[in-house]
Design a protein around this ligand. Sequence first.
Ligand code: C5P
Length: 247
Amino acid sequence: MALSQLPQLGFDEAGKIMNDPKIIVALDFSDHRQAIEFSRKTTPELCRLKVGKELFTSAGPALVEALVNSGFDVFLDLKFHDIPNTVNKAVAAAAKLGVWMLNVHAMGGVPMMRAAREGVELADQRPFLIAVTVLTSMSPADLRALGINTPLTQLVDQLARKAIECGLDGVVCSAQESPGLRASIGESALLVTPGIRPEWAAANDQQRIVTPQQALSNGASYLVIGRPITQHPEPAEALRLITESIS
Ligand code: C5P
């Protein structure tokens, strides 16, 4: 996709992309109040915000609309996975909330991903649509237990290629997988990477962590970061430190 076709990016007079913050803060809070409180500590110029299943289930579309109306780019991380017709309608409803990015499971299959791609077209401004390949919480043994014998890295690569063939904009992946995927699905694909930890932050339950700088040099497009920012005593300061480290 040509850069000029990417949705919601501003361009200055020289044609350079303006205001494309690389950090997506995972708002893993349990309610509306905490999420809005956090959003008031930052600005859309500094970061984007991710609303996941817990927060969406408790706070609903009204929270997403409130964040969008405050000027934030919102990644609605609901990982849709259902029959094509249902996903088409769910994606269309999500896109109408004005979100910047949303996602589906590549494991839903080619017809489902194509139906999702058609669904996002119904929004006034098309959001980015990306696919989860294999959840980073799954090990090769977990796959084998489900009867999936393809080696994990090969499966990730195969699913990512299918996502791009279906017209999706990119994938969610570990920054450790980014160099291989960048080579396989190309320079314009979006690689959105969780599991990011600055040196000063605790790993928590993440197993395969990468620093913000390393993730970007591995080819990541955007960094999903939650607890190192949201659980920091001074969240705005944590965001500033990470932003500085990648500037
Ligand atoms: O707090 P932390 O930085 O670990 O948060 C990472 C975020 O990214 C969480 O919202 C988590 O659900 C999400 N995520 C992940 N691994 C994936 C996909 C999403 O950690 N494979």
